[in-house]
Design a protein around this ligand. Structure first.
Ligand code: BDP
Length: 469
């Protein structure tokens, strides 16, 4: 059929091995969740604000990549360094405070007003909304209020919420202790009319549910973090195997979120904590992981996924470590070395910025923004293949993500609008461990037959995105 010929053209197939036969049958009759336009979002350390030229309106390269990723994104500022930071604009007294990371005593970072002013300009230039984290660990609601009010004054309507504390599960013994520490902050911030979100816990689903029960009315969204594992345990096969257990937790949280009418956001996360894993978090496999992860979240109704990243310096500092960036190589390698392992964006103001492989996976999933997810029946034929579909106005979207390192897949799609014309984009790279030469680009047109069927080739370690008009 015409559909086969076009879809299969121009693809390099593996050495003779026959493709795995897979099928994906769309069900147009039961539309599911609507994908929030802010699905593709980012998270950065508070320490990033110590360089007021980084998040700045005239840091054009960074502004451009944010806008390219998502014109409706949300920037979350926080991480460990939010709880290690004192607000330089605060004139009152505060408790004596010595942050500790991995047993090491640290000097608190001082956030200067210039950093916040520049951030406000960056937020305006990108059109992104802002979620800003204040220091809970220090136990000073007064300082947090002063900081949050300053943020609100500078950022205005683009301030989506203030979060209180980062992963308090790492320093409070239990939920009750967290709630007790959180309450005076929340009272002060609410009294000043500031919007709140939380609990921004690392991995405690029960905290999110308890928080929803107690505080739903005081919050604009619910949040927790996600990392698959520690960097030491990371690998490409492990990352691409997926994490089905986590989606069970997402479904539990979504039941509470729906009950209380609040959106749920993964306010920070990435493949592997402890800064990400070199050769895994920063190679092409992470693009397939990221696209699949975002769409699996969107299908369950999660409003936003904030990929954590930023400079190597600030992420290493968040772990109580000092960065030693490798030097040398061409400009691409030099920019790559500036960024934390899992960052979706690499580079610096002086060297220029460039998308990491993950960035391209994020933009694939973000093409579902505003669409309504559709259920489908997938028979992956034994390959590590995932499939998603959605309705976007009159168009139907399909994503086919072949995370398999060995098996090319031939996917028989059915249930498409009869005779529909489709455009095909492919996300690919020379290999799963490629650090560069990743592309997400148009690869021609395909049309469904009179019965609404079409076969699409998805080579191993690649993804296809289709839009049927
Ligand atoms: C999270 C912290 C963040 C770290 C990250 C990591 O919030 O500050 O950079 O882990 O370990 O728990 O990579």
């Amino acid at each position: 059929a015409a559909c086969d010929g076009l879809a299969w053209s121009g693809l390099a197939w593996g050495a003779g091995a026959p493709a795995t036969q897979a099928s994906f049958a769309l069900d147009m009759t039961r539309p599911g969740r609507r994908v929030d336009p802010s699905l593709a979002s980012l998270s950065y350390e508070t320490l990033e604000l110590s360089d007021p030229t980084f998040f700045a309106a005239d840091n054009h390269g960074l502004v451009h990549l944010f806008r390219e990723m998502n014109p409706h994104g949300v920037l979350r500022i926080g991480g460990n360094t939010s709880d290690d930071t004192v607000w330089g604009g605060y004139k009152g007294s505060m408790p004596t405070y010595v942050p500790r990371r991995h047993g090491k005593l640290l000097q608190p970072h001082v956030l200067k007003p210039e950093g916040l002013q520049a951030l406000a300009g960056f937020v305006r230039a990108t059109g992104w909304k802002l979620v800003f984290g204040v220091n809970l660990r220090i136990g000073s609601p007064e300082m947090a209020l002063d900081l949050a009010q300053t943020v609100q004054r500078l950022v205005g309507d683009q301030l989506l919420a203030i979060q209180i504390g980062n992963e308090a599960n790492n320093y409070e013994p239990d939920y009750t202790a967290f709630d007790t520490a959180w309450t005076p902050y929340a009272k002060a911030l609410r009294a000043a009319g500031l919007p709140l979100a939380g609990p921004d816990t690392g991995a405690n689903t029960d905290w999110v549910i308890e928080y929803a029960k107690r505080h739903a009315r005081e919050n604009v969204f619910l949040s927790r973090h996600y990392y698959r594992e520690a960097a030491e345990n990371g690998s490409i096969p492990d990352m691409l195997a997926g994490d089905p257990g986590f989606f069970g937790e997402v479904e539990q949280i979504m039941r509470a979120a729906d009950q209380y009418g609040l959106p749920f956001r993964i306010s920070e996360g990435n493949s592997y904590y402890n800064g990400g894993r070199d050769g895994t978090s920063n190679v092409f496999a992470s693009a397939l992981w990221g696209a699949d992860f975002m769409l699996a979240l969107a299908q369950r109704g999660v409003a936003g996924m904030h990929f954590h990243g930023g400079t190597l310096n600030s992420v290493e500092a968040s772990l109580g470590r000092v960065a030693k960036a490798p030097t040398g190589g061409d400009i691409v390698a030099q920019r790559d070395a500036m960024a934390s392992r899992y960052s979706a964006i690499a580079g610096s103001r002086a060297l220029g910025y460039q998308p990491r492989p993950l960035f391209h996976g994020i933009t694939l999933a973000q093409r579902f923004a505003g669409a309504q997810m559709l259920p489908g029946r997938l028979d992956a034929g034994g390959a590590n293949l995932t499939a998603y579909a959605a309705k976007q106005g009159d168009a139907v979207l399909v994503a086919l993500i072949n995370k398999d390192a060995q098996r090319d897949a031939a996917v028989a799609l059915s249930g498409l609008p009869h005779g529909a014309k489709g455009e095909l984009m492919r996300l690919r790279a020379p290999a799963l461990d490629s650090r560069r030469d990743v592309s997400f680009a148009m690869d021609g047109h395909v049309s469904a037959d009179a019965g609404g069927a079409c076969r699409i080739a998805v080579p191993k370690g690649s993804a296809a995105w289709l839009r049927w008009a």
